[in-house]
Design a protein around this ligand. Structure first.
Ligand code: CTP
Length: 402
């Protein structure tokens, strides 16, 4: 669980995107967090406190006075609610509430507790804006956003697209799964802040004719998990992906390629600007030379087609050989002698670290057991989900950079 033990306060203001927060409140609990919901008056026009209480399993605070004031021993819910919180997230956050945050207004429970939250040790404030495109673009809103950014408020979104009002543009609140991914990322240590990380992932596909080709069973899960973990750690991530149905992690730039040579070109076009290169892709070692422009027909008399092959470039070795190139990390999928084969591959390709794993894990599994092999020795990471492994690999990369 990615938010294990985190205590969140989610503040809701008046926007139709409030319905998305119902789902978010469930999802953060699935990840191990506890949630207190605080609602402005306008938020209650969209979703009732009863709904939010049922979803969060906790009383909902709506007012500084009355029941909530009475529940808190010192009658100061505006202080009490955030004192043991790990973060305050305002979602949806209206243009009006952003204006209040920018100016330090405190005219209801939610704005007062945002103003009264501790700065040291901090209770971080995250804001998920939700508004009409014209309200978003209005210079007053943009001024207020610049002010709260300058105050250290973390903005999540907004997205662009069709809006509930029928107009199109920026101002849509992020979807619940996007807010969840950003929230999880927020709590990860920023071990690769501002580093540029280039990653290959997935299989490659080498055509034989217009409808056939040679590929492998790589799912791309480890490479995509690593892209997500690097972005969580604050890196600027470019992911060069072979054919894969996986969705792109938030905040990651993705370049889709098909063949090994396309992957090579994409990587070499960027590698000199990267601080770190991680080759996770299962790159085809060979490509077909005599590809056919037309679909090959079955001709029983002529027998099977005679395919001729030539070697693909070794992308990992090429990057490792670049003078002044990035710190380079490779993967080794082995069916036996995982550590010895991994060590041999590290020496042969002259890379800083090899992540060696069982070939069957490397293909489609959601979990992996890996060995990190670098100049300092070998470290075994016991079986765990690929995202957890990816975070440990990121930590090891940060150590090698340091
Ligand atoms: N790699 C690459 N370009 C290739 C082949 C491999 O960048 N043309 C990278 C992979 O992304 C991975 C590492 O090299 O990081 C794997 O090396 P490789 O020797 O291809 O491993 P295996 O396929 O496991 O090798 P073998 O078949 O010899 O076991």
């Amino acid at each position: 669980m990615n938010l294990q033990g985190k205590r969140l306060v989610i503040g809701m203001t008046g926007g139709i995107a409030a319905y998305k927060v119902c789902e978010l409140v469930r999802r953060v609990q699935d990840e191990g967090a506890t949630v207190r919901v605080v609602m402005s008056r306008a938020a209650q026009e969209f979703v009732t406190p009863t709904t939010m209480q049922a979803l969060s399993g906790q009383p909902v605070a709506t007012d500084q006075w009355g029941a909530e004031g009475a529940r808190v021993a010192n009658a100061m819910p505006h202080i009490d609610l955030t004192r043991d919180a790990d973060a305050l997230l305002i979602a949806p956050c209206t243009a009006n509430f952003i204006a209040k945050l920018a100016h330090g207004l405190a005219d209801d429970l939610l704005s007062t507790l945002a103003l009264a939250r501790r700065l040291a040790p901090p209770c971080p404030l995250l804001v998920a804006p939700a508004m009409n495109v014209e309200m978003w673009n209005n210079p007053a809103t943009q001024r207020n956003l610049a002010t709260i950014r300058g105050d250290g408020v973390e903005l999540l979104g907004p997205a662009s697209g069709n809006q509930a009002c029928g107009e199109t543009g920026a101002g849509r609140m992020l979807e619940p799964h996007e807010l969840l991914e950003d929230l999880i990322a927020f709590f990860q240590p920023k071990l690769l802040a501002e580093r540029r990380v280039l990653i290959t992932a997935g299989p490659t596909f080498e055509p034989i004719d217009p409808v056939r080709g040679i590929s492998n069973l790589s799912s791309g899960k480890m490479g995509f998990a690593l892209a997500r973990a690097a972005r969580e750690a604050g890196a600027r991530v470019t992911l060069v992906a072979g054919p894969s149905g996986l969705s792109t992690p938030r905040g990651v730039r993705r370049i889709d390629v098909v063949t090994a040579r396309e992957m090579y070109d994409a990587v070499m076009g960027y590698a000199n600007r990267a601080d770190v290169f991680v080759g996770v892709a299962a790159v085809a070692d060979w490509r077909v030379v005599n590809t056919s422009p037309r679909k090959l027909k079955k001709n029983a008399d002529a027998g099977p087609p005679a395919l001729q092959f030539e070697a693909n470039p070794d992308i990992l070795a090429a990057v490792a050989a670049m003078p002044g190139g990035p710190l380079t990390v490779g993967f080794a999928a082995e069916s036996e002698n995982v550590v010895a084969n991994g060590q041999a591959k590290r020496a042969a390709k002259r890379v800083a670290m090899i992540v060696a794993n069982q070939a069957q894990d490397a293909l489609a599994s959601d979990e992996a057991e890996v060995h990190l092999i670098d100049a300092g020795g070998v470290r075994a990471l016991p079986r765990a989900p690929k995202l957890a492994q990816a975070r440990q690999i990121v930590a090891a990369i940060a150590q090698l950079l340091a």
